[in-house]
Every structure is written in C-alpha cells, then in structure tokens.
Design a protein around this ligand. Structure first.
Ligand code: PRX
Length: 544
C-alpha cells in the first residue's frame, strides 16, 4: 500500500510455494508458467551465426524433464554438486535448470576456463558430476579431480565422457516429478575472487528467487511481452541470475547468443530478435561506441526500450553515447556475486545522475562507514555497507566460515562490500573504487593472488605482483610486475611465454596483458608481502 514501507514478504504470494509449501527454482521458472497457460509462449530464442530457433515454455519444460530423468537415473541426488561447462547455448540453460530440478546445486563454469581453473573449482567442493561440451573436455583432467564420478556430454557421441545426456534424453520420459527442496537449500555455486587466496565458492539458496523475480520487474522492468537479452555467460553470476533466473521467473522471452564480441553480430541479434530490454556491461558499450555510428546505422534497433549496465563503473560518456546513438539512457545497476541480486540501481522511473550507480532499491538500506564502522555524512567516501539481511544474500562461503564472517567486520548489522563509495544528499551512490586489490577488467573480477601464484610456477619468475592498470576501454587491464630468476634474461619471447603460461592454465581474461620486469618488488618490511598498492600508484602516476 502507498506510504507503507516495502517488505519482501509482499512478493511471496506470486510463487507456487507460498500456496503449496513446495519449493524449487526450476518449477517457479518453467513449470509454473506452463500451468498458468503460458506454455506456448517462447521461453528461449537462440541466435548464432548459423542457427536461429526457439523453445516454448512447454518445450523447455519437456526438455528439462527429460534431462532431469537422465540425471536422476545416473545417480544425481539432492544436495550434490553438478558443474556445467558449456558454451552459451540452450543446452547450458537446460542443464542448469535440470540440475536444480533434481535438487542439486549447480556450478556453472565460464567457457574460457582452462584446466587448472576448472580443476581447482571442482576439487574445492568435491563435485561429483559434470555436464560438458565435448570440445571442452580436453580441459578437464579427470585424474586430477578424484571426486568426479560421472561426466555427461551434450554431444550424441559419448567420446571421453561417460554418458551422452542428449542421446539418453531422447529416450527419457518428458515428465518429471520435481525434487522439492527448502527455501534455504543450496541452488548455485559461483567461485569468485578477492585480493587474497584462491577463488571462494559462494553458495546461494532457492530463496534468492524472491529478490531475483522482483528486481526483474523493478529494475529490468520486465513485462509480459518483453524480449530480453543479457549478454553475460552463466559462468558469471550475472549470466546466471539475470540471464537465466530473473527473466524466466518473470516469464518473458530470453535471447541466447554466444561467441566472442562483435559489434555487427550484437546489433544483428538486437535487430533479428527484436530485443526490447538489454542488459550488458560498460566495456561492451565502449566497444560498440568505438565501432562507430556507420556500423550502428545499418541496423534497425527501434524495438529497444530499456538498457542496463553492470559490473564496472559506467562512465558518463557511455551514458551520453546511449542517448545520442540509441536515444535511450543506460541504467546502471550494482551488486556482487555474494549479494545474489541487484541492491543499488537506477529504476526506469527515477532520474539518472551520470556517475552514480543509482539508489538502493526498495527493501534495501545502504550507508557508508568509516574505518571505525561509524556512518559518514553525504559526500564523504568510505566503505559501502548494506544493512543485513536481504532475500538473495549468499547462504555461505563453501567450507570457509571465516571468509563469510569477514564480510561483517563491524558486526552483523552491516555487510561490507569491499567497495568504496559516497552518497549524495538524495542517497545516490557514487562508486569510488575497491578497498582491496581486486582487479576489475571488462567487468570480470580477477584476484591478483591467483594470477601471482600461477606466475610463480613459471621457472623464470622469482617474484610477482599483479595489479589492475587503468585502461580506457576495459576499465582496467591485468598488469604483472615480475623479478626474474638469475639464469633468465628479459626478452619479448620470454614474457610472451610467461603470459601464455598463465593464459593456458587459468583463462584468457586472467592472463596479464602487460608484463614488466623489475629488479625487485616493493614489499612490506615486516611480512615481506608484495606491496601491490605501490606498484599501482606508480602506474597511475605514470598515466598522469
Ligand atoms: O567492485 C564492484 C564491481 O564489481 C564487483 C562485483 O563483482 P562480481 O561479483 O563479479 O559482480 C557480479 C555481478 C555484478 C563489485 O564489488 N561492480 C559491480 N557493479 C558495478 C561495479 N562497479 C561499479 N559500478 C557498478 N555498477
């Protein structure tokens, strides 16, 4: 009601579980719509260079049921981890929904992960099941992942995998009895980086759907006849939450397009699919801007009505480009893997202040704290803090209670994001950077520790320090400073070899774009830890 403060309970009645007591994210995202007469509506629309086809909600339900039957028959049970290592294709969506349907916790892996990134993640939570594209299997070294029981492939030929899930699905029943879970049960796991240690497994629960559905309505502004495209791969939390869950919970048509970025291909997707709501990231917008108006003007993008951005600072020039080139304002949104859904955003009905990420959405309270945990007045920069709790907050950090607690350094009242920000007098939030050494390159969160550890495994590298170097297109790029072992001489070839060493083991986005050799790295006197801050300061001073 008007005037009454919003409470998340008000959202509950839209879900089946509110009436039946039976919970499952897949049921609410797919089956509920079929039961409500939306079976013939397009759920997924796949567009690639060579393909263009759709699945209705009923067809999606049947396909998910068949895959669920195969998973159950193969021994996947409630609470098991099922990793999904697939390109951005309907198979990826079906695999994730099926894993959730059988009560498992799904772990989508980014398609560019190399062998050690894949291995470390599955090993950390002792994952037993993997659904993978056969062309990715060379990056899954089974003998190094002892917990892995069964590998499913989406190809009809089983090859190095154990089971062809698509072949088995053809023979499986297209009805499946949903495995009911609790709102608090595990839904998905995403590994994410901080400035120290290896990536941590952030586990989310089915209750997330409350906030994911509602932000889909408020922030993405999804309405019944929208055609929606989120450009992120589900290996990133945005691709899972706002690529799979939020649009399906809202029952709209979701566009799927994979592959590498190309301005032409992206504009083509927007035009062909008649996209109305589009969620992407500043680096992509900057790349589209760089591709120029001549490219843009070849396409009819008149279906677009709402554009959103996430993951990195949205600079005012990009908002101005949106207004000039597309005649639309780009709406910034802020959240993190750990928060499970958007918390700060520019709602379509509110005015935008370029340079600000927007204001907290209803039901969310945000403040800025100083080092002692005291609230700061407007325009003073400090730690961005969210009043705990909200429906989509992480359930746990896998086997790392201490890490979970580290998000609450000032007590249970405030969740500390690790971002620095200030608020203006109207409560608009202005992002000012990170309080730690985490790197954000093209919206991808890269932990310097993981990259440094990998660099140190190369025989030539004696010491390594990795930072984010400011970059006009990607926000930051990964830059490594290394000291070489005595028998090695700096050469272009050696540096390229070191770069490829990291790239081939972790992922392309983690590999340093620049490597600089220095005699000795700056370190703290007491612990001898590399002073990344000094390295970064030098880099920023140089750039002026
Ligand atoms: O530093 C903030 C930045 O990205 C971090 C979260 O990264 P990740 O968990 O990978 O994000 C997944 C979903 C967004 C934040 O701590 N970040 C996120 N959104 C913005 C942002 N920085 C500036 N502006 C944003 N809108």
């Amino acid at each position: 009601m008007e005037g009454e403060p919003f409470s998340w309970e008000r959202v509950h009645p839209i879900f089946s579980w509110y009436h039946t007591g039976k919970v499952n994210m897949t049921y609410e995202s797919v089956d509920r719509h079929v039961l409500n007469g939306k079976g013939e509506k397009t759920a997924l629309h796949y567009i690639s260079e060579t393909e263009n086809w759709s699945l209705t909600y009923r067809e999606l339900q049947q396909e998910v049921s068949r895959w669920s039957n195969v998973l159950t028959a193969s021994g996947v049970k409630k609470g098991d981890f099922v990793f999904v290592f697939l390109p951005k294709h309907p198979h990826c969506y079906i695999a994730m929904l099926a894993a959730i349907n059988v009560g498992a916790v799904v772990g989508p892996l980014f398609e560019a992960f190399m062998e050690e990134a894949v291995r470390d993640r599955i090993n950390d939570c002792e994952g037993e099941f993997l659904i993978a594209d056969s062309s990715f299997l060379s990056r899954v070294h089974r003998e190094e992942i002892p917990s892995l029981k069964t590998i499913f492939t989406t190809d009809k030929e089983t090859g190095d995998a154990d089971i062809s899930i698509t072949k088995e699905a053809e023979k499986a029943d297209d009805e499946f009895e949903t495995v009911w879970v609790d709102l608090e049960d595990g839904l998905n796991i995403h590994y994410t980086s901080g400035s120290t240690g290896k990536p941590k497994g952030i586990i989310h629960a089915h209750r997330n759907m409350i906030q994911q559905y509602q932000t889909g309505r408020w922030v993405l502004d999804l309405k019944d006849d929208d055609v929606y495209w989120c450009t992120a791969h589900p290996g990133w939390v945005t691709g899972t939450v706002y690529g799979v869950f939020a649009p399906l919970l809202n029952g709209v048509t979701t566009v799927i397009h994979g592959g590498r970025f190309s301005a032409e291909a992206w504009y083509q997707v927007l035009e062909k699919a008649q996209v109305t709501v589009w969620y992407s990231a500043p680096t992509a917008f900057r790349m589209l801007k760089a591709a120029g108006n001549k490219t843009l003007n070849k396409y009819d993008l008149s279906s677009l009505r709402h554009i959103l951005s996430v993951g990195e600072p949205l600079n005012p020039e990009v908002i101005h480009w949106g207004v000039e080139a597309l005649n639309l304002r780009i709406h910034d949104t802020w959240w993190m893997t750990e928060t499970g859904a958007q918390l700060v955003a520019n709602l379509p009905t509110r005015s935008i202040k370029p340079g600000s990420m927007g204001r907290p959405i209803p039901g969310i309270e945000v403040t800025v704290l100083d080092e002692g945990g005291e609230e700061l007045p407007p325009f003073e920069t400090g730690h961005l803090a969210i009043r705990a709790s909200w429906p989509a907050i992480m359930k746990e950090v896998w086997k790392n209670e201490e890490k979970f607690k580290s998000y609450f350094p000032y007590g249970e009242e405030w969740y500390i994001a690790g971002d620095l920000a200030y608020l203006d007098e109207e409560g608009y939030v202005f992002f000012q950077g990170r309080s730690d050494d985490m790197i954000n390159s093209a919206g991808e969160r890269i932990g310097p520790f993981e990259v440094e550890s990998k660099l140190l495994e190369h025989p030539a590298v004696k010491e390594a320090g990795v930072i984010g170097k400011p970059d006009p297109v990607r926000g930051e790029i990964v830059k490594a400073f290394v000291a070489l072992n005595p028998n090695y001489k700096e050469s272009k070839e050696l540096l390229e070899e070191i770069r490829l060493f990291v790239r081939g083991r972790l992922a392309a986005h983690s590999a340093p774009r620049e490597i600089e050799v220095i005699q000795e790295l700056p370190k703290t006197q007491i612990s001898g830890k590399v002073l990344r801050r000094e390295l970064k300061k030098g880099e920023i001073d140089q750039a002026g």
